[in-house]
Write a protein that binds this ligand. Structure first.
Ligand code: ADP
Ligand code: MP5
Length: 279
């Protein structure tokens, strides 16, 4: 039976982040992708030029339409933008009894634009965190959720514990913003143990949509029946391949390469560009 995943997130017209990144990732990992849009952004590799939120009613209706007919084996949320949208998303997830829920607590785009209103952070903590199986904050998002500043590994572990105490069953604190480090280390805390997912940090400006892609890959794996550990492990490999084989699209911070993981798996070659572009 075909496994299905739903993303509840914003649209990125530039195609590198948001629902576009999520659907590309679902497709690459062999899962049927669906979307409920929370906002349309006018966005490219240079930044966000406009944010146009949907009404809470429109968001609720999209989720209901998916739920009442097709169903979802796993669900992720990305940009939720405001407290009203957060409340209906949480309500619908509860109503539809979805349990494999991944929250990417998107707050600020890499260029600095706000994708979550400041006053919505408490709604996110109150309504969404207790519902999720996994939350995947980056370092600045974990700082906002905990109110602490995070730079050392001990601080990362402490922050992951505190976010777990807020109700998230599993916390993956991502290391992509650790710009000085040689390794990009993502820390998973499951309420008892820590697991570290580490890969060489790639020196590139093309990291637009890394967080969206990473959480979508976890969601796809959960939909197929993977455990949390297995899901994070595949997602880490997926994003490493996607960052290591940039597409050079746009004049700013370009998207990652959603084809790279599958190409690498299928062909055994380490560079997607080598295998495709030189033909
Ligand atoms: N330059 C990089 N090299 C290798 N991995 C990276 C790099 N930047 C981000 N990642 C990985 O991409 C994923 C998303 O991380 P991060 O950039 O922190 O999230 P976000 O996009 O939410 O800010 C993580 O698995 C992280 O380790
Ligand atoms: C619609 C939308 N959603 C999410 C992000 C975050 O992207 P990133 O993964 O680069 O932080 C984005 N830039 N746009």
């Amino acid at each position: 039976m075909m496994k299905k995943a739903l993303t509840i997130a914003g649209s990125d017209s530039g195609g590198g982040a948001g629902i576009q990144a999520d659907l590309k990732t679902f497709q690459e990992l062999g899962v049927y992708g669906m979307s409920a849009l929370t906002a349309v952004t006018a966005q490219n590799t240079l930044g966000v030029q406009g944010v146009f939120p949907m009404t809470a009613e429109a968001v609720a209706r999209q989720i209901q339409s998916v739920g009442e007919d097709i169903g979802a084996d796993a669900v992720k949320t990305g940009m939720l933008f405001n407290a009203e949208i957060i409340e209906v998303v949480a309500e619908k997830i509860k109503e539809l009894s979805w349990e494999k829920v991944v929250i990417d607590p998107v707050m600020i785009a890499k260029g600095g634009a706000s994708l979550l209103q400041q006053q919505a952070v408490s709604a996110l903590k109150k309504h969404m965190l207790p519902l999720c199986l996994i939350i995947t904050p980056n370092i600045p998002e974990a700082e906002v959720l905990t109110g602490m500043s995070i730079s050392t590994m001990d601080e990362k572990k402490d922050a992951a514990k505190r976010i777990h105490e807020l109700g998230a069953k599993n916390v993956v604190l991502k290391g992509g913003h650790d710009e000085e480090a040689a390794q990009s280390v993502d820390v998973l805390f499951d309420g008892r143990d820590f697991t570290f997912f580490s890969s060489p940090r790639i020196n590139t400006k093309h990291t637009h949509g890394t967080g969206c892609t990473f959480s979508a890959a976890i969601t796809a794996q959960l939909a197929k029946g993977a455990s949390v550990q297995e899901g994070v492990s595949v997602a880490k490999e997926f994003i490493q391949a996607a960052v290591a084989n940039p597409l050079d699209i746009g004049n700013g911070h370009g998207p990652t390469n959603h084809w790279a993981y599958k190409m690498k798996k299928e062909s055994g070659v380490s560079s997607w560009r080598e295998s495709v572009l030189n033909k």
